[in-house]
Design a protein around this ligand. Sequence first.
Ligand code: ZN
Ligand code: ZN
Length: 314
Amino acid sequence: MLVSEGEAHFFTDPRYTGEAATVPAKSHVAKGLLILGVASTIKRKRLRKVGFEPSWMDMDQHGRLEKALDRRASLHPVASLIEEQRAVKSPEEIAIIRRSVQANSEAYARTLKRIRAGLKELEIAAELEFQMKVLGSEKPAFETIVAVGDHSALPHAHPTQRRLEKNELLLIDMGATLDGYTSDMTRVAFTGKPPKRVRELYRAVLEAQLAGLDAVRPGVSVKQVDAAAREVLKRHNLEKEFMHSTGHGLGLEIHETPKIGKKEKTKLRAGMVITIEPGAYLPGFGGVRIEDTALVTERGCEVLTPTPKELVNL
Ligand code: ZN
Ligand code: ZN
């Protein structure tokens, strides 16, 4: 996209000629490199100063664009210009996110009925993603995380051929994409009667997650929300075991502004959709993370995720 005052230009290749007609912009179907089409439009429109999204334009494209412009226009990185505008969702967007969250939770509930010891992480992940699609999701919002036993101590574990056994932790972190909008949820189950260490770990993380949600309201800075969750884990001597941020915004992308982290200063505003997902990870033993998708409302927050938060006993 090239956006100037009162005009938007959309560049694509001949494979998308049909779809391009539905884009609310002037569309250009280029046979060669799209970036060269962008350059010629910039020159034709006599634009002098052009901003670009540094986290999306790669070095190769930037180099080609700069060369093609031949000093007739200058390029300036404008970080998070679009992201800031996307942080607060419209009522229409919130309605779609609600549906995405519901499909995600329903896919989890349907899969949970089929999970038993003996299944592989990859098989459980495949079932979750199958159910998501049956429920109208076009794709997962990210690589579905299914981690059994000590794998659950890896915050971003990749599913493997490992089989779920009796008396093991099972961590599932999943998100759907529905009509373009994402959802995100983490739940933890145990196959058998959970031992004291698991129950205590779970209780501490749940307490932290509830404290995080409780701190969410307009005007509060995200680092206060992060601190609310982090302090609970600190009280349970699990401060070092919680090594990631408390949450993130989501929408068209799975990670959007604001990041709910220790050093972030953004203030929450009504209409933001965020996750609250503290966790604690004990290497060689296992980990627990509990994650909901929540909407910042005028008065506080509404947890959109309908899935219960008790430790599931399989
Ligand atoms: Zn998340
Ligand atoms: Zn997640």
